[in-house]
Design a protein around this ligand. Structure first.
Ligand code: SAM
Length: 226
C-alpha cells in the first residue's frame, strides 16, 4: 500500500500514461501505477546504486519486469525518446533539486504532457521554473502525513503569470484554502516571527537589515492570503 503522500501523487497520473518516476528509490510508485492499470508502462530512474538495487528488486518481486524499466541514471537521463513518456513524477526531494533535475535537459520532456511534482520544501522553486519554461500549474494539493506537510504540484504545458503570493504559496492552494494549508502557513509565520525577534537583537548590519525586510515582506504576503 502506498503512503498517503505517494497516493496523492498517483491520483494525478492520467489513465494509460507512460510514466517516468525520477528518484524512484524502491519503485513503489511505478509498481503501484502499473499494477493498478493506471500506467501502461513505466521507467524508474535512480542515480544512487543502493536505491537502484532496491528498485530492481521490487520490480522483480512484483514480476513487472516486462512493464517497468529500471535505469541507473542522473535525473532526466533515465528517459529515452523511444520510451514515449507522457507523464513524469518526481517526489520526496526539495523543490530546488526537482527544478534543477527538470532544467538539466529540457529535450527529455519532448513527449511529456504532464509533470506531477512533490517537493518536500521550497515549492516556490518549482513554480518559478514552471513559469519560466512554459508550464502552467493546473492543480495543487496539500496534505499531512506523520506530522509532516507535503505539497503536490501538477503541471501541463501553458503560459501562466503568477503573483509573488501565488509563487510562494501556490495559486490552486490559495483557492482551496484547506485546514492543512492554514496550519502550514500559520506555522511558517510563527517561525519567521521568531527569527525576526532574534534578528532584532543582532547588530543592524546591511545583511541583517535585508534579511529582516525579506522576512517582513513574506509575513505580510502570507497574512494577506490567510
Ligand atoms: N520518490 C520516492 C518517494 O517519494 O518516496 C523516493 C524519495 S527519496 C527521499 C529521493 C530519491 O531521489 C533518492 O533515492 C535519491 O537517490 C534520488 N535522487 C536524488 N537526486 C537524483 C537525481 N539527480 N537523479 C535520480 N535520482 C535522484
Amino acid at each position: 500500500k502506498l503512503s498517503k503522500r505517494l497516493a496523492m501523487v498517483a491520483s494525478f497520473v492520467p489513465q494509460d500514461a507512460v510514466v517516468a518516476d525520477i528518484g524512484s528509490d524502491h519503485a513503489y510508485l511505478p509498481c503501484y501505477l502499473v499494477h493498478n492499470n493506471i500506467a501502461k508502462s513505466a521507467v524508474a530512474g535512480e542515480v544512487v546504486d543502493g536505491p537502484y538495487q532496491s528498485a530492481c528488486q521490487e520490480v522483480k518481486h512484483e514480476q513487472l519486469q516486462d512493464k517497468i524499466i529500471v535505469r541507473l541514471a542522473d535525473g532526466m537521463d533515465a528517459i529515452e525518446k523511444e520510451d514515449g513518456v507522457t507523464a513524469v513524477t518526481i517526489a520526496g526531494m526539495g523543490g530546488p533539486l526537482i527544478a534543477s533535475i527538470l532544467n538539466k535537459d529540457l529535450s527529455r520532456l519532448t513527449t511529456v504532457e504532464r509533470l506531477i511534482l512533490q517537493p518536500n520544501i521550497h515549492a516556490i522553486s518549482i513554480r518559478q521554473w514552471a513559469q519560466q519554461h512554459g508550464w502552467a500549474i493546473i492543480d495543487e494539493e496539500i496534505l499531512e502525513e506523520d506530522d509532516k506537510i507535503y505539497e503536490v504540484l501538477v503541471l501541463e504545458r501553458g503560459q501562466q503569470h503568477l503573483s509573488p503570493a501565488e509563487l510562494l504559496i501556490g495559486p490552486k492552494l490559495i483557492d482551496k484554502r484547506n485546514d492543512v494549508f492554514i496550519e502550514k502557513w500559520t506555522r511558517e509565520i510563527t517561525q519567521w516571527q521568531h527569527i525576526l525577534a532574534s534578528l532584532e537583537k543582532a547588530d543592524n548590519t546591511e545583511a541583517i537589515k535585508t534579511k529582516k525586510e525579506e522576512l517582513m515582506s513574506k509575513i505580510t504576503l502570507v497574512k494577506e492570503v490567510l
